[in-house]
Design a protein around this ligand. Structure first.
Ligand SMILES: O=C(O)c1cc(=O)[nH]c(=O)n1[C@@H]1O[C@H](COP(=O)(O)O)[C@@H](O)[C@H]1O
Length: 234
């Protein structure tokens, strides 16, 4: 899969709202999309199949985090869905990540990309230190999780765009950085703490930017998507 793309987070509560959002795009324009917990829990795997059948690449964002055996078996189930990317929490440890990779690999040897969430983009330095009790600075923490993910055979990490360059430098150019926390200069940050514009993200080593509300809540979502693509490519 060629890296560098804009992924739209389809954070909608129903299939109807999701499809009417996608229907705003012209027939030939098929953005890479992310299906997360809200839509998946509401509609189940069929909505994944339906959106795939419409020609979209899909990042299935369920952020698995459990004991290795449970994650392995859940990944084996997810591998039957024809998605392009899935994720888990690196905090589940290297043993869990290796088990996930095993479970995700289909009998024919193929599998979706497997990406590890490092530290959520809604976590700031104070929460890292005071609530998670991690004394290591954010960038070093993210890098350490990224190294564990790389050593476990994963394809990349979810991190904020602020850490993407460091991860690429230390884990290799082919190790993917998938970065939410994307905001236009005139967007509300909301609950996101570690943020960057699409333009700066494009210059900071991000392979994929994940953009939700700045596109889905825009007055003209198609124009907002195209603006993100244009700014990201620079
Ligand atoms: O794994 C993710 O996709 C993810 C990880 C992370 O650290 N931060 C983060 O925001 N996300 C997801 O990325 C999307 C960002 O949405 P907006 O904040 O609306 O742009 C949401 O669907 C989040 O669930």
């Amino acid at each position: 899969m060629s890296a560098k793309d804009v992924i739209i987070a389809l954070d909608f509560p129903t299939r109807e709202e999701t499809l009417s959002f996608l229907d705003q795009f012209p027939a030939g324009e098929k953005p890479f999309v992310k299906i997360g917990m809200e839509l998946f829990y509401a509609e189940g795997p069929q909505v994944v199949r339906d959106i795939k059948a419409r020609g979209h690449k899909i990042f299935l964002d369920l952020k698995l985090h459990d004991i290795p055996n449970t994650v392995k078996r859940a990944m084996a189930v997810l591998s039957r869905l024809d998605v392009d990317m899935v994720n888990l929490h690196a905090a589940g440890t290297s043993e869990m990540m290796r088990a996930a990779l095993e479970g995700l690999t289909r009998p024919d040897g193929t599998r979706p990309l497997l990406i590890a969430v490092t530290q959520l983009t809604s976590t700031d330095a104070a929460a890292l230190k005071n609530e998670l009790l991690i004394d290591t600075p954010m960038a070093e923490t993210v890098l350490s999780y990224a190294k564990n993910a790389a050593a476990s055979g994963l394809d990349g990490v979810v991190c904020s765009p602020l850490e993407a360059a460091l991860v690429k430098e230390r884990c290799g150019a082919d190790f993917l950085t998938v970065t939410p926390g994307i905001r236009f200069a005139d967007s509300a940050a909301g609950d996101q703490k570690r943020i960057m514009t699409p333009e700066k993200a494009g210059k900071s080593g991000c392979d994929y930017i994940v953009v939700g509300r700045p596109i889905t809540q825009a007055e003209d979502p198609v124009a907002a998507y195209r603006r993100a693509v244009k700014d990201f490519w620079g």
